[in-house]
Design a protein around this ligand. Structure first.
Ligand SMILES: Cc1cc2nc3c(=O)[nH]c(=O)nc-3n(C[C@H](O)[C@H](O)[C@H](O)COP(=O)(O)OP(=O)(O)OC[C@H]3O[C@@H](n4cnc5c(N)ncnc54)[C@H](O)[C@@H]3O)c2cc1C
Length: 315
């Protein structure tokens, strides 16, 4: 199987899986997600990995891994590429997308179909595996208050609401620059905010005058009384109509409303089942130790459990 053929654009994924559910939707391309995909395929299940740029995976940033059983000294990037190629060569499909929400739609007592929302698309899935890694962030002051009322996590989905208006992008994900360009292209006035380290990384790619402001800052407050009025960055206020906060991950409770947590991690049992029927979780998002071998093992268990669930409920 050719790897390139297994990569679907968001529109292709929508066409294929909006009416006919994929067996297992895997949210997050890291070791847990790719392990789940490999094992879903060994059971003959269709598996679609929906992931933001897989280079956001913690593993991609790890240098040399010394405790990977049987692979001493492998680099994190090589291991991740190899897991990805393995999963896709076994017939798992992948779509590059930031998943915004997973909504369970109960059909009857046993059956639940999931609606997985990304960009402006929604696909259906019989089961879902969350393998989103740790969401190591604290929401900014004002973020939750104005979420959906001026604060957005997705430029592709909400950009048109801000056409000809002034927006701030708080860039904390690898694809933030691309998203900022999208907003600019559709006619927004874009003020691009990033940490000093990230700005240094992106600076050489940004053309002079490409954005309406380039601001380096470390702390943010989303401001407003009854409605959002702007963003305060390192103590200075910038009036804008909308704020796009682009992180590599989304809090599990925003992604899957109602999901139970324990110590801020997704609660699972030994079959990796979450508190939502038909939804499983694996890897760093379920808690410590935050390690590759655990992520791989939990991905395997989650896939086998999803397979058993489908067998029990559907076939
Ligand atoms: C510098 C560093 C060194 C490390 N060294 C080691 C080591 O030596 N040994 C070891 O065992 N472990 C090490 N780790 C830890 C290891 O990398 C993690 O435990 C492992 O990557 C966890 O895998 P995961 O699949 O759970 O999550 P991740 O690898 O973080 O992957 C999660 C993926 O999900 C994507 N995602 C998140 N939310 C969404 C969403 N809403 N929609 C779409 N995609 C989403 C992310 O972009 C990411 O690609 C290290 C980590 C770091 C940062």
């Amino acid at each position: 199987m050719k790897i390139e053929d297994m990569i679907l654009t968001p529109d292709e994924a929508f066409e294929k899986y909006s009416a006919n559910p994929v067996d297992i939707a895997i949210i997050g391309g890291g070791p847990a997600g790719y392990s789940a995909a490999i094992n879903a395929r060994t059971r003959g299940r269709s598996a679609l990995i929906l992931s933001a740029d897989y280079k956001n995976s913690y593993l991609f940033r790890a240098g040399i891994i010394d405790n990977m059983p049987g692979m001493p000294g492998i680099s994190g990037a090589d291991l991740l590429e190899s897991l990805r190629e393995h999963a896709l060569s076994m017939g798992a499909e992948e779509t590059r997308a930031q998943v915004l929400m997973v909504m369970p739609m109960p059909i009857d007592e046993k059956k639940t179909i999931f609606q997985v929302a990304f960009g402006t698309n929604i696909i259906s899935a019989n089961t879902v595996i969350l393998s989103t890694g740790v969401s190591a962030f604290k929401a900014f002051e004002g973020e939750e208050r104005f979420l959906g009322r001026g604060v957005s996590y997705c430029a592709t989905c909400d950009g048109m609401l801000y056409r000809n208006k002034s927006v701030a992008i708080i860039a904390k994900a690898a694809d933030a620059l691309e998203e900022a360009r999208h907003l600019k292209k559709i006619g927004c006035k874009v003020h691009f905010f990033a940490s000093a380290a990230d700005m240094k990384k992106w600076f050489s790619d940004i053309q002079e005058g490409e954005f309406d402001g380039l601001i380096t800052a470390a702390s943010y407050i989303i401001e407003g009384e009854t409605g959002l009025s702007g963003v305060k960055a390192d103590g200075k206020s910038y009036p804008v109509d909308g704020v796009f906060i682009l992180r590599a991950s989304i809090a599990p409770t925003t992604l899957a409303p109602g999901i139970e947590l324990i110590d801020n991690y997704i609660r699972t049992d030994r079959s990796q089942a979450t508190s939502i029927q038909g939804m499983y979780a694996a890897g760093d998002c379920t808690g410590k130790p935050l390690q590759i071998a655990k992520a791989l093992g939990e991905g395997l268990v989650a896939a086998l459990s999803a397979d058993a669930h489908i067998t029990a409920v559907y076939k």
